[in-house]
Design a protein around this ligand. Structure first.
Ligand SMILES: [Zn+2]
Length: 357
């Protein structure tokens, strides 16, 4: 074919849409690469590349699709499961341990409180900032990355878990449930800056190469309680719902609504995860730990009901009910850590729930 006839054919080829279809043969999209089992070697918010080829993600694709693509190469490290059995050594001089439990996902604990942060390539996302950890949080982050903190997520309102949130730069983006933001606006506490990004039901936070799904499943502990989920790592964070391998803190972690508290167990167990960051204890949690806590909680409910059925009226009737329920509970779980710390207080919560809720 003479060169002039090729030139004449170009408008025809374009008008028939032949070039775009040829191009898509040459440049497969990211989903196609993943379905073929090809590794994604370079990812940012716009471009997805396989071993040889790149493709642009068109803007009209659903956000959730992008999150699946972005996180396709990330996962939990098998060694993380060891920390669900025994907690890490805490350097007494530092007063904390910082451990990467999955690609770019770090766990900080001082043996009592816990939090997490993620490096993204575009800044650090911090989830919670316990009051007792203070400046150690920034120290721990600096131990492992030179990235600056750009986002902080509040799991709920309580100072003991978020009371150091004010240590980060002024331009940090604070994210929370709307109820947490309302509460903090009322408190006017410089150490708990009022969030500027809030949500009611669900929020997907995508920064660099990390994606977190934030969801509200009801006030299982205090106010504005949310669940933070990394689908890539199968790690979930839900704070002050329970203590892995230990009895609950008094009044079931000062749960304001026992019905919501109990229901949260099944809602979280229905999600697909391997590790839970519970906010307390020296260890990470597993689905088995949470299942155990659900059984324990329902057993205390049974004990409260038995106490109501077998206790005679007296001047201190509610005290007698709680004592009877506590006695049964301690007998049933003699080896559980902290079982003797506050069995009566836990039974007080459950007796009132069984009786009047
Ligand atoms: Zn709390």
């Amino acid at each position: 074919m003479k060169s002039w006839s090729i030139i004449m054919l170009i408008p025809l080829v374009l008008s028939l849409g032949i070039l775009p279809s040829l191009q898509s043969e040459i440049t497969p999209n990211a989903e196609a690469l993943i379905s073929q089992g090809k590794a994604l070697t370079e990812i940012n918010s716009k471009k997805v590349c396989g071993d040889m080829l790149c493709s642009e993600i068109s803007d009209n694709k659903k956000e959730i699709k992008n999150s699946e693509i972005i996180t396709a190469k990330k996962g939990l490290f098998p060694s993380a499961m060891d920390y669900a059995v025994t907690g890490p050594e805490i350097d007494p001089e530092k007063g904390y341990a910082v451990i990467e439990i999955g690609d770019g996902l770090y766990w900080i604990t001082d043996g009592n409180y816990q939090m997490m942060f993620l490096t993204t390539g575009e800044g650090v996302i911090v989830v919670d900032a316990p009051m007792g950890l203070g400046d150690k949080i920034q120290q721990a982050i600096s131990d492992v990355t030179s990235e600056k903190v750009t986002h902080l997520i509040y799991t709920h309102i309580h100072k003991d878990h978020v009371g150091s949130a004010g240590i980060f730069p002024k331009d940090t983006t604070y994210v929370s449930h709307i109820d947490t933001a309302d509460h903090l606006a009322m408190k006017n506490d410089s150490q708990r800056p009022v969030p500027t990004v809030t949500f009611d039901d669900k929020y997907i936070l995508m920064v660099g190469d990390q994606v977190l799904e934030l969801s509200y499943i009801g006030p299982f502990h205090s106010k504005g309680d949310i669940v933070i989920y990394s689908p890539a790592h199968k790690v979930i964070m839900a704070v002050d719902l329970f203590h892995p391998k230990a009895a609950p803190f008094q009044y079931f972690g000062i749960a304001r609504d026992m019905g919501e508290h109990i229901a949260a167990h099944d809602k979280i167990l229905a999600m697909d995860w391997d590790i839970i960051i519970s906010g307390h204890e020296p260890i990470l949690g597993t689905p088995e730990h949470l299942k155990f806590n659900k059984e324990f909680t329902l057993q205390v409910l049974d004990n409260a009901i038995i106490a109501m059925q077998t206790t005679q009226p007296s001047a201190d009737y509610f005290g007698d009910l709680a004592d009877k329920c506590a006695e049964l509970t301690v007998e049933q779980y003699p080896d559980l850590k902290d079982i003797k710390v506050s069995p009566v207080e836990n039974c007080v919560s459950m007796v009132f729930y069984a009786m009047i809720d």
